[in-house]
Design a protein around this ligand. Structure first.
Ligand SMILES: Cc1ncc(COP(=O)(O)O)c(C=O)c1O
Length: 400
């Protein structure tokens, strides 16, 4: 076992632990969503993906409790065999109608949705064309797929077109796969141009909308709805581990696609299904987003307050237009020092260091909820102004 303790990653982790700069695996003792307690100290949470703050909504909590009373705590098996509840199917019907696709298929996590769907929709004669900032679960899915993978430069349509042009005659199918909202920088995918290129080169489009669902679009239907392009997306993936305050994931698309994935995706067939409370949570979240439009006004009002506040302070935020607002730090070590300063000041935020971002572009990923109070956000701005001065954070983007 010595080879593990001597590994570079463990030596680095131990070094950070010794310097009290280790920022991972912080144990939360209590949470009210926007405010958490860690080591007995209250902190304002700006490091979660709980964009609508629904983890603590009374209707959502009640629905989860009732589902446990009716179905118990777990399904103890795959949906394919013994773990398929009537509420899994109800959720699929409601999701398909919400997204605007013919059918939806629910998986136990978003990662499993990507692993299962991507690995089975691309065969040995197909290719997958990825944005260079795609989520790790998409990369892992490509390793399970028999298709060939190519990458284009992040959100760069010239680079995508070059890849499409070079491969159009080499493969049976070309599938463009990209995040709808990029998880670290909060960038929105250039979907209108992707759809145009897909039509021009006869390619398919797969959107991983983990951070778009519940945030973009008229009632949070996601990135495709935001651009009014739902009918042009062949595969739409989402997760319930963010705005829908639960755990689980889904794929939506045509009847044929969903039926095929249902009978082929190994992560769907060989893994137990979403537990009842998790399913009921998502069903209740869907009711809330349909019935309480105010939640989106609150979200965008909070996002605008922070975006404008960071601009006044002079922080560089990659032009984010979503509730994910990254703050560029640059140096990796400095980003850990900033995280500690934030923690000591009562703010829970997360550093993002290479390889999750390019070298020299370490950042603090901050994100906002519909339920943050203006007082909480005012405190965040005060502390970030101190951080800007104390750590001399850049006001401009990385010079390439
Ligand atoms: C873009 C993206 N795709 C997929 C996933 C995986 O989702 P889940 O947490 O439901 O497994 C995540 C979660 O971090 C994500 O950010």
């Amino acid at each position: 076992m010595e080879s593990y303790t001597k590994s570079k990653i463990i030596q680095k982790a131990n070094l950070l632990r010794d310097q009290k700069l280790y920022p991972f695996l912080r144990a939360i003792e209590e949470t009210q969503a926007t405010c958490v307690t860690v080591q007995g100290k209250e902190q304002i949470m700006i490091g979660s993906n709980n964009y609508l703050g629904l983890t603590h909504h009374p209707h959502v909590k009640e629905a989860a409790i009732k589902a446990i009373e009716r179905f118990g705590t777990g399904c103890t098996g795959s949906r394919f065999l013994n773990g398929n509840l009537i509420i899994h199917e109800e959720l699929e019907e409601k999701l398909a109608a919400y997204i605007g696709h013919e059918r939806a298929l629910v998986f136990a996590t978003g990662m499993q949705a990507n692993l299962g769907a991507i690995s089975c929709i691309a065969g040995p004669r197909d290719c997958l064309i990825f944005d260079s900032e795609n989520h790790a679960s998409i990369i892992d899915a490509s390793r399970l797929s028999f298709g060939t993978t190519f990458k284009y430069k992040h959100n760069n349509m010239e680079s995508l077109e070059e890849t499409l042009k070079a491969n159009q005659k080499r493969f049976k199918k070309m599938i463009i796969v990209a995040d709808g909202v990029f998880s670290m920088t909060g960038d929105i995918l250039d979907l209108p141009n992707i759809v145009d290129l897909a039509k021009k080169y006869n390619a398919y489009v797969y959107v991983d909308d983990a951070h778009g669902v519940g945030v973009l679009g008229p009632q949070g239907q996601g990135t495709a709805a935001h651009f009014d392009l739902v009918d042009d997306i062949h595969f739409n993936m989402g997760t319930f581990s963010k705005s829908f305050s639960s755990i689980g994931g889904f794929l939506s698309g045509s009847k044929e696609v969903i039926d095929y994935v249902k009978h082929s995706a190994r992560s769907f067939i060989f893994s137990a299904s979403m537990p009842p409370a998790a399913v009921a949570t998502v069903l209740a979240c869907l009711e809330v987003v349909m019935k309480e439009p105010q939640i989106f006004d609150n979200l965008w009002s909070n996002v605008n307050m922070i975006r404008n506040g960071f601009k006044d302070i002079g922080l560089f935020t990659y032009g984010s237009k979503t509730p994910i607002i990254p703050v560029l730090v640059g140096d990796d070590f400095k980003s850990l020092e900033v995280t500690k300063y934030l923690t000591d000041s009562g703010i829970f935020a997360t550093p993002v260091i290479p390889p999750a971002v390019p070298s020299g572009e370490a950042l603090i990923r901050t994100s906002y909820m519909a339920t943050h109070t203006k007082a909480e956000l005012t405190r965040v701005l005060e502390v970030m102004a101190e951080v800007k001065k104390k750590f001399d954070l850049p006001s401009e983007g990385p010079q390439i």
